[in-house]
Design a protein around this ligand. Structure first.
Ligand code: NDP
Ligand code: ZN
Length: 174
């Protein structure tokens, strides 16, 4: 079995009725695929668990997917990494944002790579095709929060961190 293809099929099904927040409402699955593409093809990361987790990273947070489903299909190790990058949605948004900054340094290296790729892709999206109705201030706040999260995990992969810094360089100013 090709696990990466299986993960893409699994995530495509789970996210099938979801769209991103950009004005064109892009298909949700474009985003997890973009993370895996950054990791594999812009950063040379070949670790299958990292690429599989990138594909699955928003399934528990944003769909009905359970930990047990991920364990059955992809194993406990992948499920654990997905859980490391999953926010607790029962908490208020501001608390979730604070916890991401606090936890970034303490999650596993594989989870840190996925988190870095997520922030790179979201900054690129905000620069190129931002959520409809976001003010300049809101975009800037997101860029700065993402940088605080990433500053907490620096040293894990300098190449990926350089891609983040390049994406941060497009912080909107007007
Ligand atoms: P959201 O968390 O609501 O939206 C950002 C998330 O949406 C990203 O992390 C990403 O998450 C996902 N996403 C989907 N489509 C896109 C896209 N095209 N581009 C980028 N991200 C996308 O917003 P905030 O992070 O701003 O969190 C809300 C916070 O903002 C609250 O703390 C609130 O108080 C504050 N706020 C600020 C306002 C302001 O004007 N300054 C106004 C309103 C709220 P993923 O990868 O997980 O899918
Ligand atoms: Zn994401």
């Amino acid at each position: 079995m090709n696990t990466l293809i299986a993960a893409i099929a699994f995530a495509a099904d789970k996210h099938r009725n979801q769209r991103r927040k950009d004005a064109e409402a892009s298909p949700y699955i474009n985003h997890p695929i973009a993370l895996a593409n950054v990791l594999a093809n812009e950063s040379g990361i070949e670790d299958e668990r990292v690429l599989v987790t990138a594909i699955l990273h928003d399934t528990i947070e944003d769909t009905e997917t359970t930990e047990q489903e991920l364990v059955s299909s992809f194993g406990q190790e992948v499920a654990n990494i997905v859980l490391e990058v999953t926010d607790d949605k029962s908490l208020p948004k501001s608390e979730r944002k604070r916890l991401q900054m606090e936890h970034a340094a303490h999650i596993s290296s594989r989870a840190q790579l996925v988190k870095l790729a997520d922030k790179i892709c979201n900054l690129r999206d905000i620069a190129k095709s931002p959520p409809a109705n976001w003010s300049l201030e809101r975009k800037q706040e997101y860029f700065d929060w993402a940088k605080s999260v990433v500053d907490g995990l620096r040293g894990v992969h300098p190449g990926l961190e350089a891609l983040f810094d390049a994406a941060y360089g497009a912080r909107p100013v007007e």
